[in-house]
Write a protein that binds this ligand. Structure first.
Ligand SMILES: [Zn+2]
Length: 65
């Protein structure tokens, strides 16, 4: 299980990135939203879509698996 966060602001293509807390690209505290603790990235993404009403959500490249 890992802690997951979303970046507050979307990137240039309107995509919100999700990061695990071990990520080296994890946004600083003021630029991230705590999502919760999940066993994998797919569940974190589902939760972000549901809770934050987002449609374009991607896991950070180094946080897959
Ligand atoms: Zn990452």
């Amino acid at each position: 299980m890992q802690y997951y966060y979303t970046r507050k602001n979307p990137d240039a293509r309107g995509v919100i990135q999700v990061h695990a807390d071990r990520c080296k690209d994890l946004p600083v505290v003021l630029e991230r939203i705590y999502l919760g603790i999940f066993p994998n990235a797919n569940l974190a993404i589902s939760s972000a879509k549901e809770k934050l009403q987002l449609t374009k959500v991607r896991i950070c490249a180094c946080c897959k698996e």
